[in-house]
Ligand binder design. Structure first.
Ligand code: IPM
Ligand code: MG
Length: 367
């Protein structure tokens, strides 16, 4: 198969982790006989610096002409005082919208090798396997009007949280379909005791749930869900929620399983899937070669699975990651007091080696 991808390294640690993810992808492609066609384009602060636009038109064109997009991270303190549309994050929000990527899948899986990394006791976190389904194109992130208005000293800021029935219905279907292939549980998270958006959300999700009688549907207010996520993370299967709640809860889930640096994501629903680690650009550690590339590498697994239906290849990457973690490989975020931290590049190299070993193991099996 020919895999035509656009790579958007972005800002901060984005380029470092993406580089390792691409090396892993190359190893998988070699092992399974696929051909990679990659083009790299600018987004975020990197694009602002060159083109004064966080999402240049040629980046959008390249993404739309690809079969999938792999993104590192966007965000840089250099642009903190820019107006909203000239911030790096605006580039990310726009590419999500251009690609029609309304469904953001964020798995939070606990690796048994990382018992010492979670702040939670092992008996609480062991077995955690959550699929966060975050609505990605609605809510306060995109609602109009939005503005800061008025004279200095008496300014007023406005954001609009907005959801249509059809937006809620399509993301709910994604969650129920995923649940059917998992443990058949959906927990829909909202704030229906306060927000109209959430009341409509709950009503529509309940209605869609009737089409999936085998799936057990629950509803939880977001504050209470945040508490349950640390108290009983193994109770969660599919967690369905709106854009901003999903942003917050997915970082929390990263903390639960040991490090945000481990979390991958797929932003799908449109013609071209977008794959990005859940972590940000982490400007404080950028350029030091210490960032954890596993979130980006696991995003490659999601890309293979969701954009190319290459399940064996996806599993190969996931197994490779699990193998290197069991062998004690730890970047700084995971090292704690018990392990010596390895660099971003060394972690990438070990995953590549493990991919090759898994790949050749499979060749032996089929021989
Ligand atoms: C994420 C990030 C983004 C978001 C930022 C960088 C705009 O936090 O993907 O979780 O809020 O969606
Ligand atoms: Mg976030």
């Amino acid at each position: 198969m020919i895999l035509r991808l656009t790579i958007l390294p972005g800002d901060g640690i984005g380029p470092e982790v993406t580089e390792q993810a691409v090396l892993v992808l190359q190893a998988v492609a070699d092992g399974f006989g696929h051909q990679l066609q990659l083009q790299r384009k600018l987004i975020g602060g990197a694009a602002l610096t060159v083109a004064n636009d966080p999402l240049p038109a040629d980046t959008v064109q390249a993404c739309l002409a690809s079969s999938a997009v792999l993104l590192g991270a966007v965000g840089s303190p250099a642009f903190d005082h820019n107006p909203g549309h000239l911030r790096p994050e605006a580039g990310l929000l726009r590419i999500r919208r251009e690609l029609g990527a309304y469904a953001n899948l964020r798995p939070a899986v606990f690796f048994p090798a990382l018992e010492d990394c979670s702040p939670l006791r092992a008996e609480i976190v062991r077995g955690t396997d959550i699929m966060i389904v975050r609505e990605l194109l609605g809510g306060a992130y995109f609602g109009e009007p939005r503005a800061i208005e008025g004279a200095p000293g008496s300014r007023v800021a406005v954001n609009t949280m907005r959801y249509s029935e059809s937006e809620i219905e399509r993301i709910a279907r994604v969650a129920f379909e995923l649940a059917m292939k998992r443990r058949r549980k959906v927990l829909s998270v909202d704030k229906a005791n306060v927000l109209e958006c959430s009341r409509l959300w709950r009503e529509v999700v309940t209605r869609v749930g009737k089409d999936y009688p085998e799936v057990k549907l629950g509803h939880q207010y977001v504050d209470s869900a945040a508490m349950l996520l640390v108290q009983r993370p193994t109770d969660f299967d599919v967690l369905l929620t709106e854009n901003m709640f999903g942003d917050i809860l997915s970082d929390q889930a990263g903390g639960v399983v040991g490090s945000l640096g481990l979390l991958a994501s797929a932003s799908v629903g449109g013609p071209v899937g977008l794959y990005e680690p859940v972590h940000g650009s982490a400007p404080d550690i950028a350029g030091k070669g210490i960032a954890n590339p596993l979130g980006a590498i696991l995003s490659v697994a999601m890309l293979l699975r969701h954009s190319f239906q290459l399940e064996a290849e996806a599993v190969c990457v996931e197994k490779a990651v699990s193998t290197v973690l069991s062998q004690g490989a730890r970047t700084a975020d995971l090292a704690g007091k018990t392990h010596v931290a390895i660099s971003t590049a060394e972690m990438g190299r070990r995953v590549v080696e493990a991919v090759k070993a898994v790949g050749s193991g499979q060749a032996e099996k089929s021989a």
